[in-house]
Ligand binder design. Structure first.
Ligand code: 4NP
Length: 148
């Protein structure tokens, strides 16, 4: 069993999408994975994902509507084999919390780019690009690190 945690700021827009894509791949390819997501911030703890992420997930055959946001804890750094931040500020926050070797999702297919924070996007525009970036990088990560 390999344990993977995706981390963004609020755990309501980006990391739930990464979690859903990885869980779907695990199901399709019968991979022994535990997948979860969390946020470095506390503001949205207990909330469902943002509506635009629920919609873009659903357009791609994934249901994230029952996910609940949680904040990352130091225990996560012992439990998970891979802790993957969605942007550079997530990585800095994780390191400041004591996470020794966080990975960056954009290093798996997007030259280390940040997955843009869509929280302040104007409506739905941009969410499909965020989704496809996340999907590409999660697929590459699984191919590179899990299916060996
Ligand atoms: P996420 O988006 O990190 O992709 O979940 C955000 C959600 C909430 C906030 C920022 C980013 N916020 O400032 O509350």
């Amino acid at each position: 069993m390999t344990r993977i945690l995706f981390v963004c700021l609020g755990n309501i827009c980006r990391s739930p999408l990464a979690q859903a894509v990885a869980q779907d791949l695990a199901l399709t390819h019968q991979l022994d994975l535990e997948v979860d997501s969390a946020g470095t911030g506390h503001w949205h703890v207990g909330e469902a994902p943002c509506q635009n992420s629920i919609v873009v997930a659903s357009q791609n055959g994934l249901d994230i509507s029952s996910y609940k946001a949680r904040q990352v804890t130091q225990k996560d750094f012992e439990h998970f084999d891979f802790v993957i931040g969605l942007d550079e500020s997530n990585i800095s926050n994780l390191k400041a919390m004591g996470c020794l070797h966080p990975l960056k999702l954009g290093d798996f297919g997007f030259n280390g780019q940040d997955v843009p924070d869509p929280y302040f996007f104007n409506g739905f525009e941009g969410f499909d690009k965020v989704f496809s970036m996340i999907e590409t990088c999660v697929k590459n990560f699984i191919k590179e690190k899990i299916i060996t």
